[in-house]
Write a protein that binds this ligand. Structure first.
Ligand SMILES: Nc1nc2c(ncn2[C@@H]2O[C@H](COP(=O)(O)OP(=O)(O)OP(=O)(O)O)[C@@H](O)[C@H]2O)c(=O)[nH]1
Ligand SMILES: [Mg+2]
Length: 292
């Protein structure tokens, strides 16, 4: 029996959450085209054959902007390394730049096994450029890793081989400590994430970064899960945008979040979303760290 904790880290927007969802075969983490989609660590267990994997998705590491917000996201991400048995560092296959190097600087000192995951290889037509790209990664970078593997998280290419690689570095003969759990995150956490993901997908670029979701009530009944939630907005002018003409935007957001919640609970979901103005949330550590 092998089991262990696998931390998925990297700069924003490289596909960490897409990979996490693909590895655990469920849509648990919000994944969108916009950076900084993930704010909290999210974990989930995959029991397969004789292996128990605890995968941990993390916020994108961003060391360039000296904002408290980024510092909290970085702290949420790097704190996962304390419990990790294996580190997956995800990058865009076609470009390892200074932001990835900053991530490397933060992991190079640990003795943990490290796998460099070159993601998005589907963008390389017939993988023509891959050999050249692999040969051009400087030795100072390749030396940091135990393994380097090209994958596509989007179309699941090479995911089975990635899992085999991970397994080879997990502690053996561990008691299967994850057998009875799906995740350490709560049901409320996942519903709040589905609502935030729907907001990020449907609203224009800037707005989703200044909103925060709270679950006020979540009642699991026999045939239905009944949920009341509030979306807090930093600017009053955002209220009409999130609600939309005759409530049309809120209907779209609710529908997407409800469908994902129904797949999560495997039950019908009644989801009520309130929208409120609250200018203070973004500066508050406790709110950013809530549910984490
Ligand atoms: N073409 C292609 N796109 C991908 C792949 N993996 C992820 N993407 C896209 O990359 C974008 C970012 O994906 P996410 O999974 O949200 O990235 P992330 O690293 O979790 O981002 P943050 O949470 O902001 O740090 C989305 O538009 C994904 O669809 C891939 O293998 N191929
Ligand atoms: Mg993410």
């Amino acid at each position: 029996m092998s089991s262990g904790n696998i931390s998925i880290i990297g700069k924003p927007n490289v596909g960490k959450s897409t990979l996490f969802n693909m590895l655990i075969k469920k849509h648990l983490a919000g994944a969108t085209s916009k950076p900084q989609t993930t704010r909290h660590k999210i974990d989930a267990v995959l029991n397969e054959d004789d292996t128990s994997y605890l995968f941990v998705d993390t916020p994108g590491l961003n060391f360039n902007i000296k904002k408290d917000f980024n510092k909290i996201l970085n702290r949420n991400a790097l704190s996962t390394l304390i419990e990790a048995d294996v580190i997956l560092h995800v990058v865009n296959y076609f470009k390892i730049d200074k932001d990835d190097i900053k991530v490397i600087e933060n992991i190079s000192a640990t003795d943990l096994p490290k796998i460099l995951v070159l993601n998005k290889v589907d963008l390389d037509n017939k993988r023509k450029n891959l050999p050249k790209i692999l040969s051009q990664i400087p030795i100072e970078i390749t030396d940091v890793y135990n393994e380097i593997i090209p994958i596509s998280a989007k179309n699941s290419s090479n995911i089975i081989n990635l899992k085999k690689l991970i397994k080879s570095y997990l502690p053996k003969n561990n008691k299967n400590i994850y057998q009875d759990i799906l995740s350490h995150n709560s049901n409320e956490f996942f519903v709040a994430e589905y609502i935030r993901e729907a907001c990020i997908k449907h609203l224009s670029v800037e707005l989703p970064y200044s909103l925060h979701v709270e679950i006020n009530k979540l009642d699991k009944e026999k045939d239905i899960v009944s949920i009341a939630s509030t979306v807090y907005l930093k600017k009053k002018s955002h209220l009409s945008i999130v609600v939309g003409k005759n409530g049309s935007m809120l209907v779209k957001i609710s529908k997407m979040a409800r469908i994902n919640s129904e797949n999560f609970f495997k039950k019908k979901v009644y989801l009520k979303i309130f929208v409120k103005y609250d200018p203070k949330w973004k500066n508050t550590d406790s709110i950013l760290n809530s549910y984490s």
